[in-house]
Design a protein. Structure first.
Lengths: 86, 314
């Protein structure tokens, strides 16, 4: 699984043209860059799997799952298709 | 798919939905999982009404009889959009899809949570008012576009924070997040006029509690931040948060029950700041909040409770 922690505390530049609240916007301290080729959705079991070396593990058993479950509104990825059918 | 079935509306990549599907599967409960965003190309429906809705919901891989769907789990699905943006008739087709297909989905019994109720309950001003009516302690709050009002409000408090209504911001170079942030009166300027801004009393807390409620079952986790950021907003520094199971005081339990009853929610992820004097201050409620990592960190059986709620006849 080619995912890695990314730490970046950059904040949005202050600008009088931007709403006040956006001055507090910042990149999450820790996030995962997700390689979509390493994740697939299995229509039969109706669950996602993540590549782990030469195996496919249920996503919920993979370390990636913990990141996807945390409460921050992580960027959504809705384009995971079952590659076994393509 | 002929047995009594749980409908799960969610995106393909949703680890939290995976947890629930796995648990239902372990119990032998049939599940039909789909994303409404796939309608109509990869998801179709034919519904016949003769006093009750019959017919089928089908994908290229499976189908389910509408009258065998006994409950629904609404877990952050994509939006129904029948036409591509700008295509001839696309806007109209999308409106029809939402009315027809979305209407059939809305007619499914026993949603956790009902999508319409969630939309209403997501409004922070609604939450604060409902919490106060139910008897929960709440922080003083100002929603305004007026810089003078904001400065006066903040200056009148020992400490104050700015809190967004929507925490994510898509900038040109990537997504940013806006966490609860300390604010002083002299930092407030005319840019407050650009949109609604929420300022709130800072609660001098000992710790926070993430309370997950499922059909009247309470799962409380104590969150203690080990960094300045985590103590201000634990979402900003997950690696510096300690977790423990917490007890919910009876008066808080009663008030939460009343609040969720008023809002019509069977599930809620609620955030409390617990003051040094022991008072639980309601901060926030997410009717579709995350809970998987809380179960992972504490062992609280939230997934099993959700599976119970979806598979037990009402």
């Amino acid at each position: 699984m080619d995912s890695r922690a990314v730490i970046d505390d950059r904040t949005t530049q202050d600008s009088a043209e931007l709403p006040f609240g956006l001055r507090f916007a910042r990149t999450p301290r820790s996030s995962v860059r997700l390689d979509l080729d390493q994740v697939r959705y299995d229509e039969r079991s109706q669950r996602a799997f993540a590549a782990d070396g030469d195996r496919w593990l249920p996503l919920i058993d993979h370390r990636l799952a913990q990141t996807l479950q945390t409460s921050g509104e992580s960027p959504r990825e809705d384009e995971i298709f079952d590659k076994s059918f393509t | 798919m002929n047995g009594d079935t749980v409908l799960v509306l969610t995106a393909r990549l949703d680890a939290t939905a995976d947890l629930v599907v796995t648990e239902l599967d372990r119990r032998g409960v049939p599940v039909f999982r789909c994303d409404p965003a796939d309608f109509p190309d990869r998801l179709g429906v034919s519904g016949y009404f003769d006093g009750r809705w019959r017919g089928t919901l089908h994908s290229p891989y499976r189908s389910v009889a509408l009258d065998r769907i006994v409950s629904g789990y609404y877990r952050r699905p994509g939006r129904i959009a029948a036409g591509t943006a700008g295509s001839p008739g696309g806007e109209w087709a999308t409106a029809e899809a939402r009315g027809g297909f979305g209407g059939l989905l809305a007619a499914v019994p026993r949603w956790l949570n009902d999508p319409g109720r969630m939309e209403y309950a997501e409004y922070k001003p609604v939450q604060l008012a409902a919490a106060a009516r139910a008897g929960l302690a709440t922080p003083a709050t100002l929603v305004t576009t007026d810089p003078d009002a904001a400065r006066a409000f903040v200056a009148g408090l020992p400490r104050a924070v700015y809190k967004p209504f929507c925490g994510a911001y898509r900038a040109e170079d990537g997504t940013r997040f806006i966490y609860t942030s300390p604010v002083t009166a002299d930092a407030i300027d005319e840019s407050v006029r650009h949109t609604a801004h929420q300022f709130q009393e800072w609660i001098d807390k000992d710790h926070e509690v993430r309370l997950t409620v499922v059909d009247g079952r309470f799962f409380a986790a104590r969150l203690t931040g080990r960094s300045v950021d985590a103590r201000t907003d634990w979402r900003s520094d997950y690696d510096a948060v300690d977790y423990a199971v917490a007890e919910v005081p009876d008066p808080v339990r009663a008030a939460v029950t009343a609040m969720l009853g008023e809002l019509g929610l069977r599930f809620a992820a609620m955030d409390f700041a617990v003051h040094r004097d022991g008072t639980w201050y309601f901060l926030d409620l997410n009717p579709n909040g995350q809970w998987g990592w809380i179960e992972h960190a504490t062992g609280l059986p939230i997934c099993a409770a959700i599976a119970d709620a979806l598979s037990t006849p009402g």
